[in-house]
Design a protein around this ligand. Structure first.
Ligand code: 6R9
Length: 640
């Protein structure tokens, strides 16, 4: 790992410099409650909170509460409060798949669209506390749909358009949703995605009373009478005002499903007040966004990054946010940089996997575009290797834009470890230091706290406003997943090294979550898709290093007696995973093996499988606990 330090570029001036950052840290240390109440003042509250956090990590059945006696509406904070002086300011720049075919939406227009949507939801009987699924492309109506839910107090759950009907159906069932908002089709990279048809397939497994369809391409799609309506058919008759619900700070705002080590995806629940404070605060601190900035986060709203840094964080801060409905390589590998020049993007936030994929295509795609508007770059989603960091810094940013490597999770609501662009010297590959208010620790396998320079597992010892509150419908699972490994501490699932300067270097997941192109895939989910094929007896799935994706999926599969493992079956199995989960979870390698390495008690030894997937031929550690040590030799000969 490179330990070279890059100072804050000389010409980069940010609101928060080293002194301001030090003052924030001091303020937190001196009086955490006052510090957190101070941050809450960024928002407009219907009823201002008098308390900050109220939480414990140690008790089962515990609750985490922030700003418990406060009341607010998040859509008001994103929209209404900006209207008197800034209604004509651009809120969203929609950048469609075909370059130059998008449009801009002002704060007033987004407010009106949100109110129309909210009124339509109300007309369909949807009320405070109801769950609404959003399965949409990256179009302004998707942001309006999220904000409309927030306005009436409905709980949204956005599902990425790349997930299969089966996945969508599972989520609808888990949170008992009463409405799906979708589009006729999506368009990405010139390809059409049959969103409405996917919804129809999902609803065959469990119906809902209302489906609202936004027309994106105008494709003729089947509509079920009484259930399905086109938004456009109603839009003209809907009022452009809608009184906001006063929500309690701890009322749920959204559920976002994410993969863990075990079982099916969990519904991560974020509540209104704390999430809003944290998304607004971190957006302001880390992106230093000002009046004349144009902010572009390339994430899809189906992920937490899209929630916090395409929609809520930027809008609460009255920023101009780009909503990109394309891919980095369409129409060519210069798409990002061409778009940056055309829109005048000043702050650009993307994923290491995209950076690596574009770096591979050569500097020309970048340097033929000016990029002179850029002043700040960011990354998120997975560890960035120092080489890719240097390329991003040197070629994309011409060595003048700070790079903020931001570590956080669906569960954390917003960024927790990151440089402040105007204050923190950068080390390529390190997310640098925890933000003010965040208390991180490294612990060893027994839970002992490690001091100074050390490697261990990353835990957080105190709560912050953006922390998830529960797993939807399963509070015991919340406790079990995050607080039972190290009693009294939140376990992130990530390994981490801290260097002699106190910089954090996240090394990746230490649990059975595989990070493919920044997307979390649970090995258990892929295994269950594979074993649902009638020829498969057992499957074990691990990650292995991949140049572009960071990690890719390696599946070990044993077949039922008499079945033969060949390329046709490999294709069928990949199809099975695409069907059950989505293309993003498709294994890169499928390794047929007569047996899996198991302990005498029947536990699969993934440690050995990981080594084999990584291409190692020896050094498997202690294999004496294996029920049948000869399995390892058989595995080595069959490697993919
Ligand atoms: C925001 C988001 C969370 C997991 C997390 C970690 C990895 C995210 C990272 C990073 C190293 C960074 N991760 N950012 N690893 N450096 N800057 O990605 O949320 O989809 O829930 O993934 O992603 O492993 O635990 P989510």
């Amino acid at each position: 790992m490179s330990a070279e330090t890059h100072p804050v570029p000389q010409d980069f001036r940010a609101r928060i410099g080293p002194d301001e950052l030090a003052a924030l840290r001091r303020a937190f240390d001196a009086d955490p409650d006052a510090f957190w109440l101070d941050q809450a003042q960024r928002l407009d509250w219907e009823k201002a909170p008098s308390q900050a956090g109220d939480w414990s990590f140690a008790e089962e059945g515990f609750a985490i509460r922030w700003y418990g006696d406060g009341q607010l509406n998040l859509s008001v904070n994103c929209l209404d409060r900006h209207l008197p002086a800034h209604g004509d300011r651009t809120a969203l720049i929609f950048e469609a798949d075909e370059p130059g075919t998008g449009r801009t939406v002002t704060y007033r227009e987004l407010y009106e669209e949100t109110c129309r949507f909210a009124n339509l939801l109300k007309q369909r009987g949807i009320a405070r506390g109801d769950r609404v699924m959003i399965y949409m492309p990256m179009i302004p109506e998707a942001a309006a749909a999220m904000l409309a839910c927030a306005r009436i107090g409905a709980i949204h759950s956005v599902v990425f358009g790349g997930f299969s009907p089966e996945s969508l159906a599972g989520r609808i069932k888990d949170c008992d949703a009463c409405c799906v908002i979708t589009a006729d089709e999506g368009v990405r990279g010139g390809k059409y995605i049959p969103l409405k048809r996917n919804v129809d397939t999902a609803l065959e497994m469990g119906d809902v009373p209302t489906v609202i369809v936004v027309k994106r391409t105008g494709e003729d799609v089947p509509m079920k009478h009484g259930r399905d309506i086109f938004y456009e058919d109603w839009r003209g008759a809907l009022a452009t005002d809608c009184a906001p619900e006063a929500m309690n700070a701890e009322d749920p705002l959204f559920i976002l499903y994410t993969s863990g080590s075990t079982g099916k995806p969990k519904g991560v629940v974020h509540t209104t007040g704390g999430y809003a404070v944290w998304a607004a605060t971190t957006f302001d601190w880390i992106f230093d966004c000002r009046e004349d900035d144009i902010f572009w986060c390339t994430a899809d709203i189906g992920w937490i990054t899209g929630h916090s840094y395409v929609v809520y964080g930027p809008l609460m801060n009255r920023a101009t946010s780009v909503m990109f409905d394309g891919v980095p390589n369409y129409p060519d590998f210069g798409r990002f940089w061409e778009t940056i020049d055309r829109l005048g993007v000043t702050i650009f936030y993307t994923a290491p996997t995209a950076i690596r994929a574009l770096e591979r295509e050569g500097d020309n795609w970048v340097t033929r575009h000016k990029r002179s508007s850029l002043r700040l770059l960011g990354t998120v989603g997975e560890p960035i290797n120092p080489d890719a960091w240097e390329w991003y810094w040197r070629v994309v940013g011409d060595g003048r834009c700070p790079v903020v490597d931001t570590w956080w999770q669906t569960e954390t609501g917003g960024i927790l470890i990151s440089p402040f662009p105007g204050a923190t010297p950068m080390k390529p590959g390190s997310a640098t230091q925890p933000l003010p208010g965040i208390t991180a620790e490294l612990v060893d396998a027994e839970g002992k706290t490690l001091d100074g320079a050390a490697s261990g597992n990353l835990v957080l010892t105190s709560s912050w406003p953006g922390q998830m509150r529960t797993v939807w419908g399963d509070h015991a699972r919340f406790f079990e997943t995050y607080f039972s490994t190290y009693r009294g501490k939140y376990f992130t699932g990530d390994g981490c090294r801290r260097d002699e300067d106190g910089y954090y270097w996240i090394t990746g997941r230490v649990d059975d979550v595989i990070n493919v192109s920044g997307h979390r895939i649970g090995s258990a989910e892929v295994e269950s898709a594979l074993v649902s094929h009638r020829k498969v007896a057992e499957a074990a799935v691990v990650g292995f290093p991949h140049d572009i994706k960071g990690q890719a999926i390696y599946a070990f599969v044993t077949l039922n007696a008499g079945e033969e493992g060949n390329d046709d079956l490999r294709k069928e199995l990949i199809q099975e995973v695409r069907h059950d989960i989505g293309a993003l979870a498709a294994p890169d390698k499928i390794h047929f093996t007569p047996a899996l390495p198991k302990t005498r008690s029947g536990k699969i030894m993934r440690r050995i499988l990981r080594k084999i997937a990584e291409g190692e031929t020896q050094g498997f550690g202690d294999t004496s606990t294996l029920a049948d040590p000869s399995v390892v030799d058989a595995l080595l000969t069959g490697r993919q």
